[in-house]
Design a protein. Structure first.
Length: 115
């Protein structure tokens, strides 16, 4: 689903796994999937730096990141992404995040922050 939504920037499965689920900061609490009729239609993965890199853990303790997100093309503009981001934001606020950054990498969005 992710690569279908990134028409210009395909991400190899190995790279995606390394920067998401293999990240020592991964917490399933921030991995959200939107489902319709038992099938995934969108997802978002957030993270808080609690373990690594050690030099940034204390400095950025109230900063969260959106590592990756996608919504199937036929569901765009129907509130799926909004619902995912609203739920992620609520969970991050509960854990005292004060800011959220969306990507600092070359996938089209640079350093967007909210909360």
């Amino acid at each position: 689903m992710l690569n279908l939504s990134l028409s210009e920037d395909a991400i190899p499965d190995k790279t995606l796994r390394r920067i998401t689920f293999d990240d020592p900061n991964y917490d399933g609490k921030y991995a959200l999937v939107a489902v319709e009729d038992g099938k995934p239609i969108g997802f978002v993965l957030g993270v808080r730096r609690r373990r690594e890199p050690k030099e940034l853990v204390d400095v950025q303790r109230n900063l969260a990141w959106v590592k990756v997100f996608a919504v199937k093309e036929e569901y765009r503009g129907k509130g799926v992404a909004t619902a995912l981001f609203d739920e992620l934001e609520e969970r991050l606020r509960e854990d005292e995040s004060e800011r959220v950054r969306v990507s600092d990498y070359s996938c089209g969005i640079y350093s967007v922050e909210w909360i």
